[in-house]
Design a protein around this ligand. Structure first.
Ligand code: CA
Length: 497
C-alpha cells in the first residue's frame, strides 16, 4: 500500500467569487499528480451568514447550495451541483473527498418560542448565575426555504442544551438537560459542552436519529469517502461512536474519519482515542504547537524535542500530522501560524517520516492573499507556497519506504533516513534539517543504496554524495534549511512522472 496524503483544500479567506468547487474540479488532475489521496473540503451546507462565511456557523445541514436561504442559494463555495461535480472530478482522479461535519451548534434560527433558560458563568459553565426564567428565545429552526424537502425535522429548545443571548451563555432547561451539560472530554470552563450559538443536545434521541439520517443522506447524495469531524471536545464522545457505527452498518463499508479535538494536551487526545476505540484519527495539535514554538525560537529551539508530547510519538497509527490549518492562519481565532522560514522543515517532518498521515494546508501549495479587520485596522496578509513542497510530496509518494533510522543527536541539526524497498528501485532517502548554521551528519541509507550517488532533491546543496559500501555517507544542510538527499537518477524520473 502507498503512503496516504491529505490536502485541506481551502483556507478561511478563500474568496467566495472564485468558487472553490469549480477550482477543486479544475485542480483534480494536478492534485493527483502531486500524490494526494484525499481532499478535505470545507462545510458544503448553508451557513447562517449565507455565502459570506465558510460554513462553520451552520444553519441548515441539508442545504448544499440548493435553496434560497440566508440571502443566497449558493454557499460561500458554490452550488450543490458544483459541489457534486467537484467530488466527481476528484473521484475520477482517485481522490476521495472528506466532508466537514459540524454537529455541535447552529446559528440564526427561523423563529422564536418560549423556553426556560438560566444564565451560567462564562468562566465556569457548571455555575448558575441567577434563577431560571421563562422567556423568548430564537431556537426554532424549520427551514421555510427548504420546505421540509429531505427532512421534516424541526429543531427547537428540546434539541439544544444551551444558547447565547447578548454574548452571555444560558443553559436551556428541557427534559434532556435536567440542569446539566452533556458529558464531554474537556473540563475547560468547568464543562466545555457549550461552545457557541444554539448548542446541540445529544441526549435527545430524536437529535441522535436525525443526525444519523443526515449522514446516510449525505453519503447517498454526495459519494464522499469520509468525514472531518469538527469540535469533538464539545460533544459527548459516545455519540460519534454510535454515528460512525451506524454509517458502517448501513453501507457495509468503511469510511475515513478524522477528528478535530483542539487542545495541546496529548493525554486528552489519547483518552479520546481510547473512548472511540480506533474509529477516528485525530489531528496532532501538540505537534503543530511544537512547530509554532520552534519557528518562533529559531536556533534557540532544541530540534531533538520536536516530537515531545506529540500524539504521533505514541499513537502514530491514529495520527494526522499537519503544519497549519484554517484556524491557525493569520487573523483567525487561534493564530499560531508557523513562520515561513520553518515551514519547509516542518513540511519535511510531516511528509517524509513513516509515522502519521500528513494533511497539507491549501496555502502551502497554492499560496494565499487576503485582508481582514484586526483591532480596528485592515491587515493585508500574503502567504507564499512552501518552497519545494511538490518535490517533497513526490518523494513521499515515490521514495518514502523501508526502515526509518533517526539521527536526533544535535540541538540544531537533526536528520533521518529511509532505507527504501526493493520493489521501488530508487526509494530511500536521507533528510537533514537545521535551525542554526550550515550542518552535516554521517547517516546510513542502507546497503541496498551502497555506491549510489545522492543529490539534494530540493536543490539547496550543490554536492554529490557517494554512498559507501556499508550504506553510509556524510550529508549536508544549509543554515535554517532542509535538504532531501535522493538517488540522483530520481531527478529525471520525478519530473517525467
Ligand atoms: Ca456542545
Amino acid at each position: 500500500m502507498g503512503n496516504l496524503t491529505i490536502i485541506q483544500f481551502f483556507h478561511w479567506y478563500y474568496p467566495s467569487e472564485n468558487n472553490l468547487w469549480l477550482h477543486a474540479a479544475e485542480q483534480a488532475a494536478h492534485l493527483k499528480e502531486m500524490g494526494f489521496n484525499f481532499a478535505w473540503l470545507p462545510p458544503a451546507y448553508k451557513s447562517a451568514k449565507g455565502d459570506t462565511e465558510p460554513g462553520y456557523a451552520v444553519y441548515d445541514l441539508y442545504d448544499l447550495g440548493e435553496f434560497y436561504q440566508k440571502g443566497s442559494i449558493r454557499t460561500k463555495h458554490g452550488t450543490r451541483e458544483e459541489y457534486l461535480r467537484a467530488i466527481g472530478a476528484l473521484r475520477d482522479n482517485g481522490i476521495g473527498v472528506l466532508a466537514d461535519v459540524i454537529f455541535n451548534h447552529r446559528f440564526h434560527g427561523d423563529g422564536k418560542e418560549i423556553a426556560t433558560i438560566q444564565k451560567v458563568s462564562t468562566e465556569n459553565r457548571t455555575e448558575f448565575e441567577g434563577e431560571p426564567m421563562s422567556t423568548d428565545v430564537s431556537t426554532v429552526y424549520n427551514f421555510p426555504g427548504r420546505n421540509k424537502k429531505y427532512s421534516n425535522y424541526t429543531w427547537d429548545h428540546h434539541s439544544f442544551s444551551g444558547t447565547s443571548v447578548n454574548g452571555e451563555i444560558f443553559m436551556i432547561h428541557n427534559e434532556y438537560t435536567n440542569g446539566t451539560w452533556g458529558k464531554v472530554i474537556s473540563n475547560q470552563f468547568g464543562n466545555f459542552d457549550y461552545l457557541m450559538g444554539d448548542d446541540v443536545e445529544f441526549r435527545n434521541p430524536f437529535v441522535r436519529e436525525e443526525l444519523k439520517q443526515w449522514g446516510k443522506w449525505y453519503i447517498e447524495n454526495t459519494g464522499v469517502a469520509g468525514f472531518r469531524l469538527d469540535a469533538l471536545k464539545h460533544m459527548p464522545t459516545d455519540y460519534y461512536a454510535e454515528w460512525i457505527d451506524f454509517l458502517k452498518d448501513t453501507f457495509r463499508r468503511d469510511f475515513f474519519f478524522i477528528g478535530e479535538c483542539w487542545r495541546n494536551d496529548r493525554q486528552m487526545l489519547m483518552e479520546y482515542l481510547d473512548q472511540t476505540a480506533g474509529r477516528i484519527q485525530l489531528f496532532d495539535v501538540p505537534l503543530h504547537a511544537n512547530f509554532f514554538e520552534a519557528s518562533q525560537k529559531g536556533r534557540d529551539y532544541d530540534l531533538r524535542s520536536i516530537f515531545n508530547n506529540t500524539l504521533v510519538q505514541v499513537r502514530p497509527e491514529r495520527t494526522i500530522t499537519f503544519v497549519d490549518n484554517h484556524d491557525t492562519q493569520p487573523l483567525q481565532a487561534l493564530e499560531s501560524f508557523v513562520e515561513a522560514w520553518f515551514k519547509p522543515l516542518a513540511t519535511a517532518v510531516i511528509l517524509l517520516r513513516e509515522q502519521g498521515i500528513p494533511c497539507v494546508f491549501y496555502p502551502a501549495v497554492y499560496g494565499a492573499a487576503y485582508s481582514d479587520e484586526a483591532n480596528g485596522q485592515t491587515r493585508n496578509i500574503k502567504i507564499e507556497p512552501v518552497p519545494g513542497i511538490e518535490r517533497m510530496l513526490h518523494a513521499r509518494r515515490d521514495l518514502a519506504f523501508g526502515y526509518q533510522h533517526d539521527y536526533f543527536d544535535h540541538p540544531n541539526v537533526v536528520g533521518w533516513t529511509r532505507g527504501g524497498k526493493d520493489e521501488m528501485a530508487l526509494s530511500g532517502f536521507a533528510v537533514l534539517i537545521s535551525n542554526g548554521d550550515d550542518g552535516y551528519k554521517t547517516m546510513s541509507v542502507g546497503r541496498r543504496n551502497a555506491t549510489k550517488v545522492f543529490v539534494d532533491l530540493l536543490g539547496h546543496r550543490p554536492e554529490k554524495v557517494t554512498i559507501d559500501q556499508d550504506g553510509g555517507a556524510e550529508f549536508f544542510v544549509s543554515a535554517g534549511s532542509v535538504s532531501v538527499w535522493v538517488d540522483e537518477k530520481y531527478l529525471s524520473v520525478e519530473n517525467n512522472k
